[in-house]
Ligand binder design. Sequence first.
Ligand SMILES: Cc1cc2nc3c(=O)[nH]c(=O)nc-3n(C[C@H](O)[C@H](O)[C@H](O)COP(=O)(O)OP(=O)(O)OC[C@H]3O[C@@H](n4cnc5c(N)ncnc54)[C@H](O)[C@@H]3O)c2cc1C
Length: 818
Amino acid sequence: MKSHARVVVIGGGVVGVSTLYHLALKGWSDVVLLERSELTGGSTWHAAGLLPLFNMSYTVGQLHKYSVDLYKRLPAETGQDVSFHVTGNLRLATHRDRMDEYQKYCGTANTIGVPFQVIGPREVRELWPLAEIGDGAETPAIIGALYHPDDGHIAPADLTMALRKGARSRGAEIHEQTEVTAVKRTASGEWHLTTTKGDIVAEHVVCATGNYARQTGRLFGINVPSIPVEHQYIVYDESPELKAYRQNGGRELAVLRESDQSYYLREERMGWILGPYEAGAPARFADGVPDWFGKSLFEGDLERLLPHVEAAQRRVPSLATCGIKDIVNGPIAYTPDGSPLVGPAWGARNLWLNEGHSFGITAAGGSGWQLAEWIVEGEPGIDMMAVDPRRYGPYTSKRYVIQKNEETYRNVFVIHYPDEERADARPAKTSPVYDKLKRLGAVFGQRYGWERANWFAPPGVPAEDKWSFRRSNYFEHVGNEARHLRQHVGVIDLTPFTKHEVTGPGAEAWLDSLVANKVPTKIGRIALCHALTRRGGIRSEFTITKIADEHYYVVSAGAAERYDSDYLQQHLPASGVTLRNITMSRGCFVLAGPRARDVLAKLTDLPLDNAAFPWLTGQVAEVGLAVDVYLLRVNFVGALGWELHFPIEYAHHLFDALFEAGADHGIAMAGMRAMESLRLEKSYRMWGTDLSPDYTPYEAGLDRFVRLNKGAFIGKEALERQLAQGVPHRFVTFEVHDVTDADALGNEPLFAPDGTLVGRATAGYYGATLGKSLGLGYVKPAFAAVGTELHILILGEKKRATVLIDSPYDPDNKDLKA
Ligand SMILES: Cc1cc2nc3c(=O)[nH]c(=O)nc-3n(C[C@H](O)[C@H](O)[C@H](O)COP(=O)(O)OP(=O)(O)OC[C@H]3O[C@@H](n4cnc5c(N)ncnc54)[C@H](O)[C@@H]3O)c2cc1C
């Protein structure tokens, strides 16, 4: 083994080998993979080899699509067959919500170019003659299905070997029986790895260790939120019916997924493989994989699988006549949201994760592709936030991960409602006023571990969601909250905001080098600033307030705490700037609405008129009994108002004081869903949905927040190039017409009236004060003019849409500046 390499990949499963292959493909041949046992010796060897293109996530969908395309070309490139059976993939639906889910998915599939068909029971019968359509009595009747003609199943070990050949032919080295046992940093900042076969120093390290992710993380001092869960499939003997069907010329049957019964079924050597996702599958190895486990499996637990076996037998009666040959029960890596961890680790330079894969055979190609791009080019080619390891924070305790992973596993096949909020491991991280909000009827959701009030059930209304792809039980109440805030005054608890304090003589120049806007120079000024990728895409959004000389207060999305904190930390200069993450020491209430000034005036002696306290300024104030409150005259709902950022110990006092002071004005809480409705009416772009690395500030219509004449900042050259070459997309706000019960929600395709795909929606909901169904999104520039007619596909129905002016509500910002 050589003593030095540019990259060392730890782990020789399909994911590690794919990462190695893609690094070599990008021209980095000085790359080495270390495997403690033999290639595929982890989970890869026993995987069922299914390659589902279906995924509700825009990012993961693109990774899966890349994989399927790659796996088709690999044999020709490497000379190694991978046994890719392109059988197609059939997902059955037995009720309307399931069809809604498929139709919602189709929007994403359209925008990323995955071929699919939505078919009826007759076509299901033609594609799958051995299945019962069902009469609705014992076997639920199939009402339709989603069919992917392009995917199927593959031999995971052969796939790994093909990737291995491709990597080695480009100079990559692979060492088996070589376990990494210790790690330290060299003085020059490289990684020094101790292995069972000697030492190696590397500039970059990629961890792709599957079930071992937590113990590998410990070597590097990080807590990786991936813990495996048991997953089983049953291998059946030959089926006489299947054999007869095939001998009569029937083609290999598509992989069948009866989502409503939570199982998949595919052919295997004239028999079947049946894979349920059952309740009760336990998490394993939370403290690490024991040495004895090696290439072993767990004992099969047929009892747990029986309800699914019986459901499958009802759907495919010939299954009942087949004997069971084997039960494969192996550990499958999971994360709390079920998506993998692909990207940089936090708090350590040049440490990368490709961990937590539960569909690793499917995702290996795509995740290797984008991770190699990230390492070699410095950033990925697509928006990877949905899989970025920094989407999790320090809250992922062992118990949290166990509970969430078991929940995610048993919910693999549940309907993925857009407003779904799963119950396990909650509440854990709460704002101090959580109980008060609960008493006011709050129905909570969870983001980044935080409990956030989504809406408030009025007295007599059950405080619970009925999840749906359509307008649901909370629709009316959310509308009332939004309208009340616009007409009177409302409070929103935004304590989860990410908050940093930047101080020191170098603070201004440093922040200025990170963002496209000019950082405020006058004390009390506030600026909306975007940190860009080198390609000019939007990576972060910061509201920056100059609190005092050499003192900035930097606020960003609550879900971006580790993502932003890590970025700021990594770019911190050696001296002159001090960065403090103060997320947990300050809370935030938004006080907004036409009566906001009257309410606040009762609690502070500061003059609040426009001359003394204009829009986009902030002051440090005493409010009620609270001291050191940052009063910022900004908000995300487009109303007269202030954000109160206060030392956390004043949360209860300020909450009570606001409600007392606002009683005469009918002060009321508003939740996250009302905020969504209000911000859409103002065309306010949301980080993480409307703003992402896929689009520049020019595409997002944020030109006024870019100062090309201010000196260097990350992404500036890319913006200049884009201006010279032409901006490829434009951000639009649009109204959807003739909506009865299903608004746009994001990821719907946008078409020109002639049917050409011209863009995609990134968000949508009902604008409660405008009384319009609204959407935000990106289109080709020719379709961005106000008044342009578009079509949008919502749950399979094409609806007419019209481009509106930016900020259809109060375009002149009169409310804000009142
Ligand atoms: C029963 C079952 C069926 C499945 N079916 C499918 C399917 O149909 N489709 C699908 O997409 N996915 C499926 N999966 C999931 C799939 O198996 C995994 O997602 C995938 O194999 C993960 O690959 P990996 O490379 O990340 O991990 P692994 O294959 O587990 O590889 C990790 C490697 O890292 C090595 N390693 C760990 N620590 C060290 C160290 N310190 N030094 C050196 N080496 C180290 C291990 O020895 C191991 O070989 C299934 C899983 C199970 C359990």
